[in-house]
Design a protein around this ligand. Structure first.
Ligand SMILES: [Zn+2]
Length: 358
């Protein structure tokens, strides 16, 4: 797989994804399909902690959400004559190509071990960022290419995932009515991108991220932290499902986990940070590159800062980032609240915590 010789972004990704002026990333084939570039370790640690806090594994929920979205993603990418050809000549090679889709999103490097047309598929994925979602994606991709339902078995050892998918009707009744999500409206925005003269992707994208499609990895250049790109709908569906299953404190737990992490990352940088209103907006300049929305205003009232984010990817994660910044810069524990994004924006308020709360 080629990367752009000018900015270093994977060419296939550059063709299939678009960075819009409103702080969102969408698929070129379907502008309603939003993508978001997440810190991989943050994503994984949220699930581990949630799982620990409630004392139950939550992998089944993640596999199922990703199976659905994986199928949907490949359905969207494989439309028209290209999709017809791929399906007619389905082969191990076709699945290597489908594996490229996972690699460009930073999910790991897929290798087809065995393929039996319309029957089964065995794949190993090295450098896998997290087993459960990737196993779900693999099953979904098989279902999309073969146009059938399928069941799966999977296991991870040493960062390598093995998945075996078999065509047939698995028992999925308990998930029938679930994973509903309707995206809130998106608002227009005025981010001015400077497109790469060679591939057209905003130059900021390759400036911040290193793309290594052969390894199936995307990393942040400065910190070396791993990044994965995923459907915003999928992420919201997984979190909503967990909230339904485990209770409404889930978004708050997610916010609290991510706040701790964000504060740690910022403190580790150890440099002076500007805490004026403009300083907050400058800090949040990184949101649009990742498809996490745009910070449009920040205002101080006493020791409370209120920030408005248009087109947020998930309110509690946007809020956690701001609370992490607040804590890192004030040295104080904070209390954070946010409004639900129903009209295309969220208002996030961070103030000092009263003693004993967070
Ligand atoms: Zn380029």
């Amino acid at each position: 797989m080629q990367v752009c010789n000018r900015c270093g972004v994977t060419r296939l990704l550059a063709r299939e994804h678009k960075w819009l002026p409103n702080g969102t990333i969408v698929l070129a084939a379907d502008p309603t399909y939003r993508m978001v570039m997440m810190d991989s370790a943050a994503f994984v640690s949220i699930f581990h902690h949630l799982s620990e806090n409630i004392g139950l594994p939550i992998d089944d929920i993640i596999v199922e959400a990703k199976r659905r979205s994986g199928r949907n993603y490949i359905d969207t990418v494989l439309t028209g004559p290209k999709g017809m050809l791929v399906r007619k000549f389905a082969s191990a090679k076709v699945y290597e190509k489908v594996g490229d889709q996972a690699a460009i999103l930073g999910y790991g490097a897929a290798h087809v071990e065995e393929y039996r047309k319309h029957k089964s598929l065995t794949v190993t994925i090295s450098n896998v960022y997290y087993g459960a979602p990737m196993a779900g994606d693999t099953c979904g991709a098989f279902e999309s290419v073969e146009r059938c339902d399928a069941g799966l078995e999977w296991q991870v050892s040493d960062s390598t995932l093995s998945v075996h998918v078999t065509a047939g009707l698995p028992d999925r009744e308990e998930f029938e009515e679930r994973f509903r999500y309707s995206a809130p409206p998106t608002l227009p925005g005025n981010v001015i991108w400077t497109p790469c003269l060679s591939c057209g992707v905003p130059t900021e994208v390759g400036h911040i991220h290193r793309y290594e499609p052969e390894k199936g990895m995307i990393t942040e250049r400065k910190s070396g932290r791993r990044i994965v790109s995923m459907g915003m709908g999928t992420m919201n569906k997984i979190f909503n499902e967990l909230e339904q299953e485990l209770g409404e404190e889930v978004p708050r737990m997610i916010a609290s986990l991510e706040k701790e992490r964000a504060r740690g990352v910022m403190l580790a940088k150890g440099k002076e940070m500007d805490t004026s209103e403009d300083g907050y907006l400058r800090f949040l300049d990184m949101l649009p590159v990742r498809g996490m929305g745009i910070a449009v205003s920040a205002s101080w009232q006493g020791s409370t800062i209120t920030v408005r984010i248009d087109n947020p990817h998930y309110e509690s994660l946007n809020a956690a980032l701001i609370a992490g910044f607040y804590e890192a810069t004030t040295g104080k524990k904070s209390r954070v609240s946010w409004t639900k994004n129903t009209e295309g924006y969220t208002l996030i308020k961070v103030s000092p915590a009263e003693s004993g709360s967070d």
